[in-house]
Ligand binder design. Structure first.
Ligand SMILES: CC(C)(COP(=O)(O)OP(=O)(O)OC[C@H]1O[C@@H](n2cnc3c(N)ncnc32)[C@H](O)[C@@H]1OP(=O)(O)O)[C@@H](O)C(=O)NCCC(=O)NCCS
Length: 388
């Protein structure tokens, strides 16, 4: 337990569980998945008390996030809420600082979350680091397709193929989550309506899968999860959706900024109906730089100076040496690339290019340093399809 200024931070007591869920329901005013907090489990939550009263709470779920082909541990933050009467007095700031200290003690170098307000999380050192986008398209607008591969309905015995296919996609892109069971369970049909799962297979095994629900009232297919490894798999799935056109008007899915299905279409008829940035915080600069992967074949050295007002162990100079797709980090160096911990998060994920970060005032360095940072952190646009 941590106490400061009449506030106390610590684990949830058994008698606080139901009051905490009620407080979070009121504060957040939405529920991503019915019963989400219970599903995550009270042991993953922390509370803040003021004058002995429950003032707020939040959940921290250990996950991984793929950067440069490596899964980097992240403390994923969910359901942050302060009761209205306790707001504006630093309660959430203490909750975040104490939880970041805990994430650091656990040895997770990153923390990731979906912000309802950027301003508050920027105070805590988080920065926009990737997107979650939703696409929607009428089934009659599908103007390409292929019947080359097989698509077969699968049951619970095929979960392994689904996990392997998802991981292959996640590893090859940037920012996708290394999903723990707490995220897989709702996707695979935890409670709720009928879920349909199909595997797309080629001569060498699975090339994709789709898991979806049908809405009768709206004649709509809502994809809960999709992963496609090849253009052929994208064409097969488009054909499969087009074959629904007599009864299903439209489909929607959470996809990549450069989505395989969107890219395959002959016309620009798939609309991005929602786009939301997630934010990330570098909790341990040294650990984070050493844990991700880097472009294979690139060799170089970058001298980085980082400033972090909240987590003092991060402030300092670092030398990052990259070779054979891995990074070695040591303290010291010339500080050629100067950035705050927020600028570093956007660079790390590949969400904002160094030249753009410099123009935004979030990074400083001469042209040669900016060019070296661009090559070192080059990656596909970071994104994820989950929300938590
Ligand atoms: C957002 C929330 C957690 C902030 O709690 P809080 O205890 O009032 O926050 P703090 O007092 O520690 O605020 C710290 C700073 O964050 C900023 N901030 C706080 N709430 C904010 C809001 N709603 N919008 C924008 N900035 C905000 C302020 O700049 C504040 O600093 P200041 O008071 O010096 O200006 C709280 O308002 C809440 O529970 N809201 C509803 C649920 C929600 O939005 N949760 C976040 C889910 S991701």
């Amino acid at each position: 337990m941590v106490s400061a200024g009449g506030m106390e931070y610590g684990p949830v007591q058994p008698e606080e569980v139901q009051p905490l869920w009620a407080l979070l329901d009121q504060a957040l005013n939405i529920s991503l998945v019915p019963g989400w907090n219970d599903h995550v489990g009270p042991d993953r939550f922390r509370v803040l008390r003021r004058g002995g009263k429950l003032a707020g709470g939040m959940g921290i779920v250990p996950m991984g996030q793929w950067f440069g082909g490596s899964s980097v541990p992240t403390g994923a933050v969910t359901s942050v809420g302060i009761a209205p009467e306790f707001r504006g007095a630093g309660a959430a700031s203490m909750l975040m600082k104490s939880s970041l200290d805990e994430i650091h003690e656990e040895g997770w170098p990153l923390s990731t979350l979906f912000p309802s307000t950027l301003n508050f999380y920027r105070h805590a050192g988080y920065e926009r680091a990737g997107v979650k986008v939703v696409y929607e398209m009428p089934t009659t607008a599908i103007d390409v397709g292929s019947r080359e591969l097989d698509i077969v309905e699968v049951d619970d015995s095929s979960h392994e193929d689904i996990y392997i296919t998802y991981n292959a996609r996640a590893q090859s892109t940037s920012g996708n989550l290394d999903r723990p069971p707490v995220l897989w369970e709702p996707i695979l049909g935890f409670g709720g309506r009928q879920v349909y799962s199909y595997l797309i297979t080629g001569p060498d095994g699975p090339e994709g899968y789709v898991i979806f629900q049908q809405s009768r009232s709206a004649a709509h297919i809502r994809v809960r999860d999709v992963a496609l490894l090849t253009q052929n798999a994208a064409l097969k799935l488009l054909r499969f959706f087009a074959d629904h056109r007599s009864t299903i008007d439209s489909i929607s899915w959470n996809g990549a900024p450069n989505d395989l299905m969107v890219h395959a279409l002959g016309e620009q008829e798939a609309k991005m109906t929602k786009s939301r940035d997630w934010v990330m915080r570098i909790v341990d600069v040294e650990g984070a730089l050493a844990a991700r992967g880097y472009p294979a074949g690139y060799e170089g050295e970058l001298h980085i100076r980082v400033e972090d007002n909240l987590l003092p162990w991060n402030t300092g100079d670092y030398v990052l040496e990259v070779a054979f797709g891995r990074g070695k980090v040591r303290r010291g160096g010339r500080g050629d690339l100067r950035t705050g911990v927020r600028g570093l998060a956007a660079l790390y994920s590949g969400h904002v290019a160094p030249v753009e970060l410099r123009a935004m005032g979030a990074m400083d360095g001469d042209d040669a340093t900016i060019a070296a940072a661009t090559l070192m952190f080059a990656s596909p646009s970071p994104w994820m399809s989950d929300q938590f």
